[in-house]
Design a protein around this ligand. Structure first.
Ligand SMILES: [Zn+2]
Ligand SMILES: [Zn+2]
Length: 334
């Protein structure tokens, strides 16, 4: 098979586009797709200061690589939840990548803050492990973006993730989520903007990018996610994609283009949600007392505000290191 662009031998085929590319043109194709997504959904302006959620997996590391290559100002944020070997390995891969690219990586570690990991915290709360994990990660990402004055929280959700989540929301008729499932969620008071520049690229395409760019990522999935219904939905969509290449793309991007408005129209009254401020951390919440994060932490006798202090310390520490380093360069010591 020949490369669509240069006629050299192709290394990877993208069935849904009926195209194949050599190494150079494959990398260029993926980077162009991300650049087009940023433009199409107006995700962020060229000079915006961005914080990218890093998991050590293929999507977040590839996205970091792409955004840096495209010239964006993007720092990484790794949240260490203390999930045994999985956290140790994924953290290690993330640190190695940030060293290689000489980019800022902030690490917020639950064990460092509270001396216990998520496995122990979850035993004392009412929420399922994955839902607790997601909630804590979203809370920390949002707080870091607000405290660090970032334009947006960037995540590596790909086309497979978004199509899976759409299928789950449709199967459960989660109308509230269907209205809001967008690659660009604008900010509101106390909540940072959230963007997903990989939403038009598949999992397989991102894995191909990592191989060709020599990006060392953690291959295994989180051990706690085994048996999650999202994995069944993902398998169902993969089955459909194998029979009809392009169906995932059509399902998700077609929904954004032609379907989502049906869930918004005529339902504006139901959309009104009363928001209060958390009595401990000030985060907007639908509860009249504490936000979900503070509620769960208090239940385990942990001080939720320690997370905020830790984020501030990390941001300030990095800020001073940058100033000192800049002065050293200015005065010729480095
Ligand atoms: Zn080529
Ligand atoms: Zn709170």
């Amino acid at each position: 098979m020949k490369c669509l662009k240069c006629n050299e031998k192709a290394v990877l085929e993208i069935k849904r586009h009926k195209a194949a590319f050599c190494k150079t043109h494959y990398i260029e194709h993926i980077q162009n797709q991300v650049a087009k997504t940023i433009k199409k959904f107006k995700l962020f302006p060229p000079k915006a200061k961005l914080i990218l959620a890093i998991s050590g997996g293929k999507d977040s590391l590839a996205l970091w690589d792409i955004l840096l290559d495209l010239g964006y100002n993007v720092d990484g944020l790794y949240i260490d939840l203390g999930i045994d070997d999985y956290s140790t390995n994924s953290r290690h891969k993330s640190e190695k990548f940030s060293e290689k690219k000489q980019s800022n990586l902030y690490i917020i570690s639950l064990k460092e803050i509270y001396d216990i990991g998520l496995n122990n915290i979850s035993k004392h709360t009412s929420r399922k492990f994955c839902s607790l994990c997601g909630m804590i990660k979203r809370y920390i990402m949002n707080k870091t973006a607000l405290l660090g004055d970032y334009y947006a929280v960037v995540t590596g959700h790909n086309l497979d993730d978004e199509a899976t989540s759409l299928l789950g929301n449709l199967l459960g008729w989660q109308v509230g989520y269907l209205k809001r499932q967008e690659p660009n969620m604008p900010p509101s008071e106390g909540l940072a903007r959230k963007v997903k520049p990989l939403c038009r690229l598949s999992e397989r395409e991102m894995a191909g990018y990592c191989v060709l760019k020599n990006i060392d990522y953690i291959i295994e999935e989180c051990p706690m996610a085994k048996g999650a219904s999202s994995i069944t939905y993902k398998e169902a969509l993969n089955h459909l994609e194998a029979k009809s290449p392009g169906i995932k793309d059509q399902f998700y991007l077609g929904f954004l283009r032609d379907g989502q408005d049906y869930f918004r129209d005529g339902n504006s009254e139901k959309e009104e949600i009363d928001l209060y401020h958390c009595s401990l951390c000030g985060q907007p919440t639908t509860s009249q007392d504490k936000c979900n994060f503070c509620k769960q932490m208090v239940r385990v006798n942990l001080d939720p505000l320690k997370v905020n202090e830790n984020i501030k310390d990390k941001l300030i520490h990095k800020h001073w290191l940058t100033i000192i380093f800049t002065y050293l360069i200015l005065f010729g010591y480095c």
